[in-house]
Design a binder for this molecule. Structure first.
Ligand code: GCB
Length: 604
């Protein structure tokens, strides 16, 4: 018996130190509604090319890592780093544009910030990161809070038990090295901006709080006299008997519910059709909503609308709509760098509005939350996507789990935003049975999380003989809208757009999710001269005329609003590490093709 116990204890001591602590809790809905301490601002950082601060010289995780934030205690102590003597950079922010040594860097950087906490009874603290790209480990007062993978989705840790009264320290290790089994994979056509790229906050919650809630207008006949709004909510604890009240003052709607043993509630609010102003691009009406759990209340502003398809049409609030869109990367409007504020969002979306858009494709990963929120206020519909892009490791179960988590968190963050109408699960993926299984499962998972919106993905057409382009993708059965990217006039068939025909053999609406070509702002010449604004202008004219012939065309999101940084674009004097397919230059100057698209949208 004694020997058995000793064996168990011994094996435990072997296992315990290497087991990562995990304080991660499901993402809190509407984090902005809570009182919180912003941890944005200056953070000390250490560039750690060989991950010296994490692995020992045998590549085992070291107990003496930089997360210890150690200081020499005696004159003879050897400590070969010092956060407080290291430089600082602004968080949120990518490291590439804040330190010229890091412009092309892909690896590990450590960050440190001190902050003050007042411990209070009946308060829990969630440490919330809007996003960190890509692989991120967090320590609070030298204790590991958790490990998160994925560069564009938020995550939060309940760090209550790691905090102390007074000064606290948070240390974050971010690694943006690329790997074949990651999501996205090793190659992608955008800049791999590293770091803590979105806001960090310490959020105050009560011991029992609403982890999630949802308000969603039910679809109905356009003649229905009464409309129904489904409400559901889930607490962080599985406890029955808590009181939840949802209240929409302007509509005088209120419902009181009591949590079940799962800590959940659900109900339906009924409102007369006449009274309810629907959210739409023309009238982006949002209602103030108060949601209380026992004695605490949070506020949201929620719009009500329906989105569905009928044969080859997309119906917003029961009416057919043509989606006048543009694709956007989440990059700052002037000069590059990760966009990370409401102001960046307003500028980018303002440019899309000037183009006449009612729709944006936020490619190729979930954008900053403010992109969605600002678009909602401005009446811009949104396609939101996860970075399942190109050659994903379809057979790897960990890769699938990673993609699934990113999908879950994208939907968890934004499912109360009325302007999001499409969840996109992939972009330009090479066909194979493994890819079909992976994407088929993802599509079903997306639908299980949110069956009120449309599902799509950017597919590819295969060129057939005699100028026929055919869409043939097994994933057609999983999507509500068939979307595809095509580059006739740029990568293919430079002069052939007028002769092209289309075969899209599915009775579903069609979105052309990309088309376009490159031009350097200010470079002029003949329309067959690559990189001139005239070449791009002509390409847009010919493409638009060609796309108009597609049966069921319900929208387009040309590639792309603005020139964006990409390591794949190396041509000197023209690209200089920018993909030049923008209708605006990276500085926000309009190219000639801008006016072609604007005119088409004005007449559509
Ligand atoms: C595509 C990709 C997009 C690229 C674009 C291009 O098909 O979806 O990410 O940036 O083409 O410019 O080649």
């Amino acid at each position: 018996m004694k020997t058995l116990l000793t064996t168990i204890l011994l094996s435990l001591t072997v296992i315990l130190p290497s087991k990562a602590a995990n304080h991660e809790v499901p993402l809190i809905q509407n984090v902005q509604a809570y009182e919180s301490l912003s941890l944005n601002g200056e953070w000390n950082y250490i560039i750690d090319v060989q991950e010296e601060g994490y692995y020992d010289y045998r590549m085992n995780p070291t107990r003496w890592g930089f997360f210890q934030n150690a200081k020499p205690q005696r004159p003879e102590d050897l400590i070969e780093y010092d956060f407080d003597k290291s430089p600082t950079m602004h968080i949120p922010g990518d490291w590439n544009t804040q330190d010229e040594r890091l412009f092309f860097y892909e690896g590990t950087v450590w960050f440190k910030k001190n902050f003050q906490v007042k411990k209070e009874e009946n308060v829990r603290h969630l440490l919330y990161f809007g996003a960190a790209n890509y692989d991120c480990r967090v320590w609070v007062n030298t204790k590991e809070a958790g490990h998160h993978i994925g560069g564009f989705t938020p995550f939060n840790y309940d760090v209550t038990d790691l905090l102390k009264e007074g000064e606290n320290v948070v240390i974050v290790k971010v690694d943006n090295k690329r790997h074949a089994e990651d999501v996205p994979t090793q190659i992608f056509d955008w800049w791999n901006y590293g770091g803590i790229t979105r806001d960090v906050r310490l959020v105050k919650v009560e011991p029992v709080y609403l982890e999630d809630y949802s308000l969603q207008l039910q679809k109905a006949d356009t003649k229905a006299k009464v409309r129904q709004i489904d409400f559901s909510a889930r607490m962080n604890k599985k406890e029955a008997g808590h009181k939840v009240v949802v209240f929409i003052p302007e509509l005088k709607l209120e419902q009181q519910l009591t949590t079940d043993a799962e800590g959940k509630v659900s109900g339906t609010l009924k409102v007369s059709t006449k009274k309810l102003a629907l959210w739409s691009p023309e009238t982006p009406k949002r209602y103030r909503v108060k949601i209380s759990l026992d004695t605490s209340t949070i506020n949201d502003e929620i719009g009500f609308r329906t989105i569905e398809t009928r044969d080859k049409q997309i119906l917003l609030n029961g009416q057919p709509i043509f989606l006048k869109g543009i694709s956007i990367h989440n990059e700052k409007p002037n000069g590059g760098g990760r966009a990370n504020s409401a102001e960046d969002a307003r500028t980018l979306l303002g440019w899309a509005k000037e183009l006449g858009c009612n729709f944006v494709r936020l490619a190729h990963y979930p954008h900053h939350e403010e992109m969605v929120r600002e678009a909602e206020k401005m009446g811009i519909l949104v396609w939101s996507e996860i970075p399942v892009y190109w050659t994903i490791a379809w057979k790897n179960p960990k890769t699938y789990e990673n993609a699934r988590n990113q999908l879950r968190d994208m939907i968890a963050r934004d499912h109360n935003r009325a302007n999001i109408i499409i969840w996109s699960i992939a972009n330009e993926t090479p066909h194979s049975p493994e890819r079909d299984a992976f994407l088929g499962n993802l599509a079903q998972y997306a639908r299980s999380l949110d069956n009120t919106r449309l599902i799509s993905m950017a597919m590819e057409v295969t060129g057939a003989s005699n100028y026929v382009n055919r869409l043939n993708d097994n994933m057609n059965q999983y999507v509500d809208v068939v979307s595809f990217n095509q580059y006739i006039g740029w990568y293919r068939d430079v002069n052939d757009a007028p002769k092209m025909k289309w075969e899209i053999p599915y009775n579903k609406p069609v979105i052309v999710s990309e088309f376009g070509g490159g031009a350097k702002y200010g470079y002029h010449g003949a329309k067959n001269q690559r990189w001139t604004e005239e070449f791009q202008e002509n390409l847009y004219r010919e493409n638009i005329a060609m796309l108009e012939k597609i049966d069921g065309l319900s929208g387009t999101t040309p590639w792309i609003l603005k020139d964006f940084r990409s390591p794949r674009r190396v041509l000197p004097d023209v690209q200089d590490y920018y993909n030049r397919k923008g209708l605006y230059s990276d500085k926000g100057e309009k190219k000639k093709a801008f006016y072609v698209l604007k005119q088409w949208y004005e007449n559509k």
